[in-house]
Design a protein around this ligand. Structure first.
Ligand SMILES: Cc1cc2nc3c(=O)[nH]c(=O)nc-3n(C[C@H](O)[C@H](O)[C@H](O)COP(=O)(O)OP(=O)(O)OC[C@H]3O[C@@H](n4cnc5c(N)ncnc54)[C@H](O)[C@@H]3O)c2cc1C
Length: 470
């Protein structure tokens, strides 16, 4: 009765447990998570920070009753020879297969004053990783350390909540790892226009209660400091169990560590060809591992992940560069419209998107994300694509029934319509019925629109036949 034991109670662990049962795994499934609450969707924390989502609503759908979930329980050691794990409260659990899904921890920059002598965060300093971290801010102004994805999202969320916010970033533009100078300038302008005070090209040199000192000598008032200086895969358990770790736990194309009975996935795992840490990536890996463990599939093939910060009102997508780099014959197309807050630079090979970024146009972002995700050929009118004038790929007109609305959970329009007709009449109910909107949340506007359209149709009768696609 040892079965599969999953260490970590985050989105990766949750999805793996759910998929194991879906794919017919009959052995015991145990999820052991250190956080005190049931698995929740960390990717939606920005909405808790800006006050638009209650933290309770982050909880992921309940797992089948025959999955054992232990919360508030930290695994402190693995005995690979005996195939057991120990927990902080002194219990021991056996396994046939162990899955490490321990996620990542926020990095604390080595700035004097941020931590006390024992390594605890000083008063007024917090990380942005857990639901507990995202409780409302009682003391402003807020200073966000780090202008990467999390820093930009956090600063924008706090502004939406009405706080005075300064963002301090050592790069010369926000998202400097992902955006070129022109894209960074558009994002910087957008942040400033929203009231975020940007301090670029500087670092925080020191923190003392109520203020930070920058390395150019300036002092900023800081009621709360939020650390968004990157995260580090949580590999302590793997290391102490003697498993190879580089930045993350090293796994092969079966998401298997050096020990064939131990797998790793999500933010704690590493493969040279895995994309950056996203909840979608974690879920794809969980699905793949469940298939592998139930003999339905043999390999994990990573999907084409894009980076889309959750900053309502700022449309931005980054298509990460592939490991192989650019080749002779690759073509770069660029659109610059700083006054209109738009910029795009895409690298194409043949007619397919390799990497690049689009910023400013919702329709262009949607179209490019969709084409890239499906590795589909771009249309001949690239200008129309980049300006969003070509609605073909961005959802203008009526999308087909099998069009995926929620990419996180693979929910189609048809599934949403069926759920609506079965009685799920608002976004929340549709989310519970289909899981749409419970992933990264970016499909919520489309689900709302669909809901409204179905309600209108119910009152006024179906629109003239369009191949049954309404
Ligand atoms: C503020 C924020 C916003 C984000 N926004 C987005 C977004 O918009 N889009 C996106 O794609 N991604 C986003 N992400 C990233 C996304 O949340 C992660 O990629 C995802 O949560 C990874 O899931 P995971 O299960 O691998 O790890 P985690 O979510 O980190 O979960 C790991 C869990 O394991 C537990 N654990 C660790 N060690 C042990 C142990 N020894 N014993 C027991 N339990 C243990 C941890 O406490 C934690 O609960 C965001 C992340 C943050 C922090």
């Amino acid at each position: 009765m040892s079965g599969v034991l999953v260490v970590g109670g985050g989105p990766a662990a949750h999805r793996l447990a759910e998929r194991l049962r879906r794919y017919g795994y009959e052995g015991a499934v145990t999820v052991v998570g250190a956080e005190p609450r049931a698995p929740y969707n960390r990717a939606l924390l920005g909405s808790v920070l800006d006050g638009t989502l209650d933290a309770g609503r982050l909880t992921l759908p309940g797992l089948p009753s025959d999955v054992r979930v232990l919360t508030g329980t930290r695994v402190t050691g693995v005995d690979r020879a005996a195939r057991t794990v120990r927990t902080g409260d002194g219990r021991e659990f056996g396994y046939d297969t162990l899955v490490l899904a321990t996620g990542a921890r926020p990095r604390t920059p080595p700035v004097p004053g941020l931590t006390d002598g024992a390594g605890r965060l000083a008063e007024g300093v917090r990380t942005v990783r857990t639901a507990a971290d995202c409780r409302p801010l009682s003391e402003g102004p807020a200073v966000v350390l780090g202008g990467g994805l999390r820093g930009v999202e956090t600063a924008a969320a706090l502004r939406r909540a009405g706080h005075e916010v300064a963002l301090v970033h050592p790069g010369d533009r926000p998202l400097s790892r992902h955006l070129d100078a022109a894209g960074g300038a558009v994002l910087a302008e957008w942040l400033r226009s929203r009231g975020v005070a940007l301090h670029l090209g500087v670092r925080v040199a020191e923190y003392a209660r109520g203020k930070v000192v920058l390395d150019d000598g300036r002092v900023l008032a800081a009621g709360t400091v939020l650390l968004c200086a990157g995260s580090v895969p949580d590999t302590g358990l793997a290391r102490s169990a003697g498993l190879p770790v580089r930045e993350g736990v090293v796994v092969d194309s079966r998401l298997r560590s050096a020990d064939p009975r131990v797998h790793a996935l999500g933010d704690c795992a590493q493969r040279a060809d895995l994309p950056g840490a996203t909840v979608l990536g974690a879920w794809e890996q969980a699905d793949a591992l469940a298939r592998i463990l139930t003999g339905k599939d043999l390999l994990y093939r990573d999907g084409r992940q894009v980076l889309r910060p959750r900053t309502p009102g700022m449309n931005l997508v980054v298509l990460p560069p592939d490991a192989g780099g650019d080749e002779d014959g690759d073509e770069t197309v660029t659109l610059r419209d700083p006054a209109g807050g738009r910029y795009a630079r895409l690298v194409l090979r043949g007619a397919r998107l390799r990497h690049g970024l689009v910023i400013g146009s919702a329709r262009a972002v949607a179209a490019v994300s969709r084409l890239y995700g499906g590795d589909a050929p771009v249309p001949s009118d690239l200008l129309a694509l980049l300006t969003g004038a070509d609605g073909t790929y961005a959802g203008a007109g009526e999308p087909p029934e099998d069009a995926v609305v929620c990419h996180c959970n693979n929910v189609t329009r048809k599934a949403l319509k069926d759920a609506w007709r079965a009685g799920a009449r608002d976004t929340g109910a549709l989310g519970r019925a289909t899981r749409a909107t419970t992933g990264c949340g970016s499909c919520a506007p489309v689900v709302r629109q669909l809901c409204a359209a179905l309600a209108r149709e119910a009152v006024s009768g179906p629109a003239p036949a369009e191949g049954g696609t309404r």
